[in-house]
Every structure is written in C-alpha cells, then in structure tokens.
Design a protein around this ligand. Structure first.
Ligand code: HEM
Length: 418
C-alpha cells in the first residue's frame, strides 16, 4: 500500500489509481519519467508509459500496438449494464478502429472538422461565444464551466450534427454518460445508469438518421446517410450501426474534451495578467496559447493500446497481449522534448508537437474545430473583459475523479466589463 500516492517519493509509493494521484498527476509523471518510464502497474498486465519518445514509438507502430481490448480494467462490467446494451445497436468504435478500414471511415468525416472544414464554422462559433457571454457579462462574476465551457462546444457540435438545440439538456446527459466509464470509478448502479443513457442516445441518433433519409439537411448525419464508404474490400453505403457509432463518437469527442480545455485555459489565463495583456495586444497569439493549454493541461491524459505480438519498448520486453497505457499528458511535460516544460511559453517553437491530440493514424479528427473554438473564446473574452480574479471562497479547484480525462469541476471568477 502506497504511503503518499499524490506525491510519490519512490516507485513503491506510486499508485496510479489513487484519487490523490488523479487529482494531481504531475508529481507521479515526473517520478515515472525519471525512474520507471515503462512502468509495470503492479498486479496488472498494464505498462504505463510517460516519456515522449516511447509514446511516439507506440503511436507510430500501429501494426504492433493496436487499439481495442486495451484498458487495464474493463470500462463497464456490471452484468445488468451489459444486458442493457442489447436493447441498442452493437457498440463498435468505428472511428477508433485499426488500419486499414479505419482511414476510410475517417475520410468520411475529417473534412468537417479539419482546419479548413472548421473555418466554415467561424460565424457559428463567434455568435455562440458572444451570446453566452451576453448572458452573464453584466454580473461581473461567473461560474465558467456551466455558463460557458459546457454550452459552447455542445451547441457547436449539436448544430453541426443537425440535432435541435432544444434537445441540449438530454444530449448533455447522454454525453456525460458516454465519458463517465473512462473514470474507472463507477459503482455498479452508475454503470447501469450510464448503459441506459448510452442506449437512449443510440435510439435518438437512429431517429435522426431515419429523418435525414426522408428530408436531408446540410449536417454530418445527412452526409453519412448519402455517401458511400470506400472500404478496402468494397464500396457501399454505411449501415445504421456504423453511422450511430460514428455520430456518437464525434458528438462526445466534440463535447467534453473541449469543455475541459476551455476551463483549464481560463484557469491558466486568470493567473497570468501579463499574458492577458500580451494576448490582448496581439490576438493572433491566442493560437499559440491554445497549444500551451493543450500541452500543459491535456484534457485526454492517456489512452490504451495492446501489444499484438511480443515486442520491446526502449529495451523493456513487452509480452504479447499486454496493455500499454500511453500517457499523453506526461509526454507533454517531458523535459527531453519541451524545454522548461511547466512554463507557459507562447513563443515555444515546437509547441504544436504536443501529443494532446495523439499522432499519426489516430490523430484527433476534431483538432481543427476545438482549436478554433478555444481561440475564438480566448480572443473574445479578452476583448470584452479584464481584471480577472478567482471568486473568493467559491472555488473547489478540484478535478473530476477521472483516470483518463482531466478537468476542474467548477471555476468561479470575477471580472470587469470592457
Ligand atoms: C481539446 C479537445 C480534444 C482533445 C484533447 C481530443 C483528444 C483526442 C485524442 C488524444 C484522440 C486519440 C485517442 C487515441 O489515442 O486512441 C482523439 C480521437 C478522437 N477525437 Fe478528439 N479530442 C478533442 C476534440 C475533439 C473534437 C472537437 C471532436 C469531434 C468533432 C473529436 C473527436 C474525436 C474522434 C472521433 C476520435 C477518434 C479518432 C480516431 O481514433 O481515428 N475530438 N481525440
């Protein structure tokens, strides 16, 4: 049993599942990068990787390090929850599959969210950002997560998918249910609840697929309903199961992680009045600041792969079937890759080489969209407000207890309207 899991002094103290570790991963990452970069998690088949170079290697070797069946604990295991899934469509992570079909599915959606595709959403995003700020700017104080960081990406992705904005409340519940199992902390009842919500979301998406076949729109669902996928073996229309799995992945991907980045970004900004002035003087620099937010407070802290054959990473033997947990957030603070890694440096030449969106085959398709949302948010907030301070006595400064994702539960601050 670990003596001080949140601040380990030796490898024996490390406990990657302890709540104290999850609240503040960084001391654990620092120790592991230095002393056990390919850390075998005790009593598991999991190797926990923290160095940039090793994670880069895993991401490039997609023939050996595969996705699927790779979590160190199953995300949902309650028998009743598993039974509930039978009332929906088979869950297949089509957009998170392996080569070669993976690329063909990605080709169907990437163009909506890439830099060029995302640019087309500039007016939509700017409008939503300003409307949300209008709701609270006269108060001089805000709880940022609920009043801005959650609704912004939800509204953008809801419109892009072609779902009505009136359904936002339900969509939020479903979206949270989808990411909740990644916490690896759910009780059996919470697992059953999450499964019910996931299935409800599938039925909701299916209803929209049928509607779009009847009356097409200009949204992502319409595109997937109308266009064939060119798989290696055949060219054919997507099945409902495929569309449901692609849409729910995109919807959730577009939602929670961007909320987390917006919140951490504001937390960093409030602590740096000098940076606020610099970004206000030259709004183009918001782009580089967004890269530093993603690097320093990576919303997706890590992901899983498994070894398809016996292999080695940096001289360590990895048996076939092992789980490889690649910790993007630890790589992003690796001093071998980023000089003075804990500093925000908006002039950093290699900032964009962070792994917050992964790399290569699995590079996040939504990177262009979320970067644009975050950039417009930072620029607009700095244009319309100044003199930010954390609200006294209101902030918990606690993160969600989530093994995979990182975000504050709430963020209250005061400001002056410009
Ligand atoms: C700050 C925001 C975001 C972060 C940090 C993030 C992070 C990531 C990461 C690390 C992966 C790779 C997972 C792996 O290693 O297997 C990924 C994949 C994915 N992301 Fe994002 N993402 C963000 C925003 C978005 C947005 C806006 C969308 C949708 C519009 C999206 C949709 C997806 C999808 C569908 C995948 C699976 C792609 C594949 O495996 O080929 N993400 N994301």
């Amino acid at each position: 049993m670990s003596q001080c899991p949140g601040n380990p002094q030796t490898i024996d103290d490390v406990d990657v599942f302890a709540p104290e570790t999850i609240e503040n991963w960084y001391p654990t990452y620092d120790l592991l990068r230095k002393e056990a970069p390919i850390y075998h998690v005790p009593d598991t088949k999991t190797y926990f990787l923290t160095r940039y170079e090793d994670i880069y290697h895993v991401l490039r070797k997609t023939d050996i390090f595969r996705r699927g069946a790779g979590t160190s604990r199953p995300l949902i295991s309650d028998p009743e929850a598993l039974e509930t899934f039978k009332e929906g469509w088979p869950k297949r992570t089509i957009l998170g599959s392996n080569p070669p079909d993976h690329r063909r599915y990605r080709d169907m959606v990437d163009h909506f969210f890439s830099v060029i595709g995302a640019e087309k959403q500039t007016d939509l995003i700017t409008g939503i950002v300003n409307n949300l700020i209008d709701n609270w700017i006269d108060n001089g104080e805000v709880e940022y997560v609920k009043s801005f960081a959650e609704p912004l990406p939800s509204m953008v992705i809801t419109v892009m998918m072609g779902f009505p904005l009136e359904d936002l409340e339900n969509l939020k519940v479903w979206s949270e249910a989808w990411v909740a199992p990644f916490s690896l902390q759910l009780t059996p009842e919470e697992e059953r609840q999450a499964a019910r919500h996931m299935v409800e979301f599938q039925h909701y998406i299916h209803g929209h697929i049928e509607q779009r076949r009847e009356s097409p729109g200009e949204d992502v669902i319409t595109y997937l309903v109308q266009n064939p996928v060119k798989l290696n073996s055949e060219t054919r229309m997507l099945t409902d199961t495929e569309i449901i799995n692609m849409i729910d992945h995109l919807y959730i991907g577009g939602n929670e992680t961007t909320t987390f980045a917006l919140t951490s970004g504001m937390w960093l900004l409030i602590q740096n009045p000098k940076l606020q002035n610099e970004l206000r003087d030259d709004p183009k620099k918001a782009r580089s600041f967004v890269e530093e937010i993603l690097r320093l407070e990576s919303p997706t802290q890590g992901m899983d792969r498994h070894a398809a054959e016996d292999t080695e990473i940096a001289g360590v033997k990895i048996p076939k079937g092992s789980h490889i947990h690649i910790r993007y957030a630890a790589a992003n603070r690796d001093e071998r890759q980023f000089s003075c890694p804990v500093d925000i440096d908006i002039e950093r030449k290699n900032a964009h080489r962070h792994l917050a969106f992964s790399l290569g085959e699995t590079h996040c398709p939504g990177a262009g969209l979320t970067r644009l949302e975050q950039k417009i948010a930072v620029q607009t907030i700095l244009k319309r407000m100044k003199n930010f301070s954390f609200s006294p006595d209101k902030n918990s400064f606690q993160h969600h207890l989530n093994f995979t994702l990182r975000s504050f539960t709430d963020l209250h601050f005061t400001f002056d309207k410009i």
